[in-house]
Ligand binder design. Structure first.
Ligand code: G6P
Length: 367
């Protein structure tokens, strides 16, 4: 097993470091001259994508968080209405189906029971078709979907998903770019494809912040709780960061959209509560900073993962971790990596079984 880990202490760390290459692999042969090559989606893709007026994304766990980010991309860059739901809810509720709604199922394994059941339920309900984003070509999900866009992350061993997530986001960027073109936004298609091409380099730079993150991790070791904040497409990044931390370090972590702080979680903030903020340089930065002031005023310990172009500086009670800048569409993907590293290093310091956290399975094939 130590040979398979390629010199890394854990599979999770190896998989975090594999992300630049896995994303490059997922992009390979799927775009040319700023355009998406739709042959990647399989035979019959054009007709099915042409008919889609709306997306319904369905997934579980980390794959669900990828869907939440894709919703921002679909509505921002393609003007395509998009809903996202966890599979275990989707499969058991009544649906008012809007005609022309394409279901997009996202699953690393392609064997998650709730996702497969949701796919089958969507057929019964009369959704327009199913596109799968999946990492396992021979999986049940790929067999049952109409179209598939494979992520090429390679086998993911660590139970906490890392490279599967960033390759799912890469595939979703390509999908949204294809819709942008269809919906008369060729410039958005170009913007997305050009940003996607920068991902491997940007992720390489993001992984390189590891030493700084490892140092920061020491301040989380003896904490019982942590709060993660983000806004817009970076709120799902906060959700994913908090999920990683709770999965492998067993620290109770919650994520909130930063603007909701005053509607509840602020009551929990005191000098024992680390608050992680995902703070990219976008037009919500000012608003986020005023949310952060509220945390500071109550003695909360702030850890701000900020785009290095935002040039925020550490002060007392406010620590800034600079995250390499990148174009807007890929900023959520870049900001994910330091949070994966934070969860990893906190878990290592706490001595948990990082690759096989208690009570969790890599693939949940029963309900
Ligand atoms: C389990 C895993 C998670 C994963 C989720 C969905 O809970 O521990 O890491 O995100 O299942 O798995 P899938 O294979 O459908 O993406």
């Amino acid at each position: 097993e130590s040979v398979e880990r390629g010199g890394y202490r854990h599979f999770m760390l190896k998989e975090i470091h594999e992300q630049p290459a896995a994303v490059a692999e997922t992009l390979e042969g799927r775009h040319a001259d700023g355009r998406v090559l739709e042959a990647a989606f399989g035979p019959g893709a054009e007709q099915l994508l042409d008919q889609a007026e709306r997306l319904q994304i369905v997934a579980c766990g980390t794959s669900y968080h990828a869907g939440l980010i894709a919703r921002f991309w679909a509505e921002t860059y393609a003007g395509l209405p998009c809903d996202v739901e966890v599979a275990s809810e989707f499969r058991y509720r009544a649906h008012a189906v809007t005609p022309g709604t394409l279901v997009v199922v996202i699953s690393q394994s392609g064997e998650t029971a709730d996702v497969l059941a949701a796919l089958r339920e969507s057929r019964r309900l009369g959704y327009a078709g199913v596109l799968a984003i999946c990492n396992v070509p021979e999986s049940s999900l790929v067999r049952e979907a109409d179209l598939t866009l494979l992520t090429r992350a390679g086998p993911e061993i660590g139970v906490a998903s890392t490279k599967a997530f960033t390759t799912q986001l890469t595939a979703l960027l390509l999908l949204v770019a294809a819709f942008a073109r269809r919906r008369g936004r060729p410039q958005s298609e170009q913007e997305l494809v050009r940003a996607a091409v920068q991902l491997p380099g940007a992720l390489e730079r993001a992984v390189a912040v590891e030493a700084q993150v490892a140092e920061l991790a020491e301040q989380f070791v003896d904490r019982a709780h942590a709060l993660f904040l983000g806004r817009g497409a970076h709120y799902p990044v906060a959700l994913e960061g908090s999920l990683k931390l709770k999965e492998i370090s067993y620290i109770h972590a919650e994520a909130y959209p930063a603007g909701e702080l005053k509607h509840g979680p602020l009551a929990l903030v005191d000098d024992g509560m680390p608050v992680v903020a995902v703070a990219p340089r976008d037009d919500l930065l000012d608003k986020l900073q005023s949310n952060l002031q509220e945390v500071r005023a109550r003695g909360g310990r702030l850890f701000v993962f900020a785009d290095d172009a935002a040039a925020l500086r550490s002060t007392g009670g406010y620590q800034v971790l600079p995250v390499p800048a990148g174009p807007d569409p890929i900023s959520p993907v870049i900001h994910t990596v330091p949070l994966q590293l934070l969860a990893y290093h906190v878990a290592v310091l706490r001595g948990t079984d990082v690759d096989k956290p208690r009570n969790l399975a890599k693939s949940v094939t029963v309900e």
